[in-house]
Design a protein around this ligand. Structure first.
Ligand code: BES
Ligand code: ZN
Length: 647
């Protein structure tokens, strides 16, 4: 049993009894039976045969909610979206489950969310806003009795709600209509609706949303595929999801079906390119199901958002949100689709209990992503992705160790008192991936696949802590001697990279290395052998060029390979590292244009950091001043800190 003590003076623990708790397992069994079509008997048998009496106890320090006292189970969201005032006015009505001695139910709010009234079962009730915290926001405390069934909160958001980005027509592809999207992970959902905002708290939802006529509204739910006449839309999400997976986007977008269960939403001017780029989505879904069991969310669609979207992708259930920077023209950056799709199992079905367990979401997803890519494009292809990930990981670990932040290199994090966004690093993604790869190597692929399939099935719609996962490992595939031999505790609870990390080995990159060596030894760039290189090979090439390159050498490379003009966002971002550090001025205009248009933090951070580190802070600040209004709050926050920007 995992139990973590809460350090502040409002102790609670979220206890979910899986397997031996009648209520929880009964719900789970019927869900599994209903959704994946196995009969109840089989599921019951499965539970018994595992003989795991797992008690999942966890303590989420990033929500004020105390779900063991009073928790939400369902939301009816009725909202009006006003682009002029950049506010959402809404009523959120929750079904609640309240324990015997409860006197209050607590919700999270953030960024001046204005609560106008609260009703419990139709009666106005007392409520108060608690003390605000920089990261957590402000608790909304509502008086309640143990018999309460429904809590209705009427509220409006503020224009600076940090999850929401309001875009002008100029910031979109078509340039004709405004746009809105939300980004709730990790703890920003509370800025656009009052909510028990912990990944361990799930609820179903229905929504009615009113938007300006001529625009399409979409959520992480059952979605429309065409605009309504009056801008009214209804949504329903029948599977319970945590708050960080609630999402809304509104724009002048169209829908195109790609396969039986897949489709794409995009602005009209992007649709053709997008449909070509992501034509393999259905194949990915089929490959994923073959690996780890049936897709549980019926449809898998993706929307291409404007370039200010701060991430590559976000796994909002049924509708992945994606950056347009993965449209490279040659389908070379679609691993991101495999990644977000994989979250439909790792993350959306089996969810990290707290943000300290984030690696359970992301490490598993990177592993699953690479398995999908391997089944579509083969081992060599997947190994290039792993090798690039390995390079990222080494850089990240070195950075943390140099900064005396070794604790942030543990898989199991400790984010108490911090912004959970701090946990979003290559550690969760890549150290997590390599740990799972080590497990695969240790027990063999077949056994490991069986284990994962069962893990997703028996924990579907539940939370997972690192400790319970360790128990699963020990009860199913690793005897304690093997657990010790592979140093599993050091991987999970220790710093840096254990020696038995399975280093990837890419034949294709060996060939690239040979060309880099030839270039270093004087072969002219245009004489290098680069036949049929994919963008991964180009990325490896650019990343591993010598750090110091003269203007002449830079120019020679650029003339031969057109890096400054590259339409591949990964390659050009890697190229900017060299152009900045080697004062290659001909790339500056392109870099500025890129930084003003693209708000994807993964590209912004290294680019601004390179300017800062190479004595070009003034240039960085000048560009940032112009670009900042285009960025979503999560990118703004990171760049503000990096560049010492004062609001
Ligand atoms: N869920 C993440 C994005 C995220 C993580 C948002 C933490 C906020 C807090 C998403 O699945 C993700 O990992 N995106 C990556 C994709 C990449 C690893 C293929 C990204 O955006 O770069
Ligand atoms: Zn992810």
């Amino acid at each position: 049993m995992a139990s973590i003590k809460r350090s502040n003076n409002a102790p609670f623990s979220n206890t979910i009894l899986s397997m031996n708790n009648l209520k929880t397992s009964a719900i789970c069994i019927s869900l599994i039976a209903g959704l994946i079509g196995c009969n109840t008997k089989q599921s019951e048998k499965k539970v018994e045969s595992k003989k795991e009496e797992t008690v999942v106890t966890f303590d989420d320090k990033h929500t004020y909610a105390e779900p063991s006292i009073a928790k939400i189970t369902h939301l009816e969201w009725d909202a009006d979206v006003d682009f002029d005032s950049k506010t959402i006015s809404a009523t959120a009505t929750y079904d609640v489950e309240v324990s015997e001695n409860a006197t209050e139910i607590i919700f999270d709010t953030k960024d001046s969310l204005q609560v106008k009234s609260v009703m419990v079962d139709g009666q106005a009730t007392n409520f108060k806003m608690g003390t605000p915290d920089k990261f957590l926001g402000t608790p909304l405390i509502v008086e309640i009795s143990p018999t309460a069934k429904k809590v209705a909160i009427e509220y409006s958001t503020s224009p600076n709600a940090s999850a929401v980005q309001w875009l002008s027509p100029q910031q979109t592809a078509n340039k004709t209509a405004p746009f809105l999207f939300t980004q709730s992970q990790a703890i920003l959902a509370r800025s656009w609706f009052p909510i028990q905002d912990g990944p361990g708290i799930r609820f179903t939802y229905n929504a009615k949303v009113k938007v300006p006529a001529g625009m399409l509204a979409l959520m992480s739910a059952e979605n429309p595929t065409a605009k309504s006449d009056d801008g009214s839309y209804s949504f329903s999400m029948k599977q319970p999801v945590p708050a960080y997976l609630m999402a809304l986007t509104i724009g002048d977008v169209e829908y195109k079906k790609l396969g039986d269960h897949t489709g794409i939403y995009a602005e009209s001017s992007l649709m053709e390119k997008a449909a070509y780029e992501f034509a393999e989505m259905e194949d990915m879904l089929v490959a994923a199901e073959k690996l780890y069991g049936k897709y549980q969310w019926e449809v898998y669609d993706m929307i291409i958002l404007p370039p200010s979207f701060p991430f590559g992708g976000m796994e909002n259930p049924r509708l992945t949100f994606a950056t347009p920077t993965i449209i490279a023209g040659d389908r070379s950056l679609t691993a991101l689709v495999a990644h977000e799709l994989a979250h439909s199992w790792s993350g959306n079905l089996v969810t990290n209990a707290t943000w300290d367990d984030f690696w359970l979401n992301e490490g598993f997803t990177v592993y699953f992503e690479r398995r999908i890519m391997e089944s579509l494009y083969g081992k060599d292809y997947a190994e290039m992705l792993a090798q690039l990930g390995y390079q990222d990981l080494l850089g990240t670990v070195d950075g943390y160790i140099e900064d005396n932040q070794a604790r942030d290199t543990h898989l199991k994090l400790d984010l108490d008192g911090r912004d959970p966004d701090d946990g979003m690093s290559d550690i969760a993604y890549e150290k997590g991936y390599f740990f799972l790869r080590l497990l695969e190597n240790t027990v063999g692929r077949e056994k490991f696949d069986g284990f994962l399939k069962d893990y997703f099935q028996s924990n579907a719609f539940k939370v997972m802590t690192t400790e319970v996962f360790v128990n699963h490992l020990k009860n199913n595939i690793l005897d304690s001697a093997t657990y010790e031999t592979i140093n599993a505790d050091a991987w999970i609870y220790g710093p840096g990279l254990p020696e038995n990390l399975p280093v990837p080995n890419s034949n294709k990159f060996e060939l690239v290395n040979a060309q880099i060596a030839a270039f270093e030894n004087g072969t002219a760039a245009k004489k290098l052998e680069t036949p049929d290189w994919t963008s991964h090979e180009w990325l490896h090439f650019v990343r591993n060029l010598p750090a110091d390159l003269s203007f002449t050498k830079m120019k020679e490379l650029d003339n031969a390979f057109g890096f400054t003009k590259s339409g591949n966002s990964e390659v050009i971002a890697a190229w900017f590292q060299h152009t900045i550090r080697n004062n290659y001025v001909p790339a500056n205009a392109r870099m500025k244009e890129f930084l003003i248009n693209v708000g994807r933090r993964k590209f912004l951070t290294p680019t601004y950091a390179a300017m800062k580190e190479s004595g070009k802070l003034a240039m960085a600040k000048e560009i940032y001043n112009e670009a900042r209004p285009n960025y979503h709050s999560v990118s703004q926050q990171t760049m503000d800190e990096l560049l010492g920007y004062k609001k």
